[in-house]
Design a protein around this ligand. Structure first.
Ligand code: ZN
Length: 143
């Protein structure tokens, strides 16, 4: 079944950047009562104003965990503004059901386009992205 492609299962079974960040990191948590997923995203901004480190912990379905795992890889070392742009774009693609082909630019993450056909599961995919959006909003533009 398309919804659970190999790449999704791989990220689910071996999530990247899974764990806790120590120190003075920015934390955002979200949960999805519909599916029982919850996710906590932690990130550290480096001196160049980029996502220096990002980790997450989560409990939930394969889609929510695979999405979070791929998300950390997509935004790690990105400028904060670029990370915000990617986050907004991905949320918009799923919420507005835009062309799934727009996800192709995000590499492995495009495997999650299978969720387009299952509206309930879009919440699973976007859970971590909403948490990341919260985290990025919590960062001021001051240096
Ligand atoms: Zn879920």
């Amino acid at each position: 079944m398309d919804l659970y492609q190999k790449v999704i299962l791989d990220h689910y079974k071996q999530p990247r950047n899974f764990g806790e960040l120590s120190g003075d990191c920015i934390v955002a948590e979200r949960d999805n009562p519909v599916c029982g997923d919850d996710v906590k995203v932690m990130l550290l901004v480096d001196q160049a104003g980029r996502v220096g480190e990002i980790k997450f912990t989560a409990r939930g379905c394969a889609l929510s965990i695979a999405s979070a795992s791929m998300m950390t890889e997509l935004v790690l070392h990105k400028e904060l503004d670029d990370a915000r742009t990617i986050t907004r774009h991905i949320i918009r693609i799923f919420q507005e059901k835009q062309e799934p082909g727009q996800l192709d630019q995000y590499g492995e993450f495009s495997a999650l386009k299978g969720a387009f056909e299952f509206p309930v599961r879009i919440k699973c995919v976007l859970l971590c992205w909403h948490a990341l959006e919260d985290a990025l909003q919590g960062i001021g533009n001051d240096s």
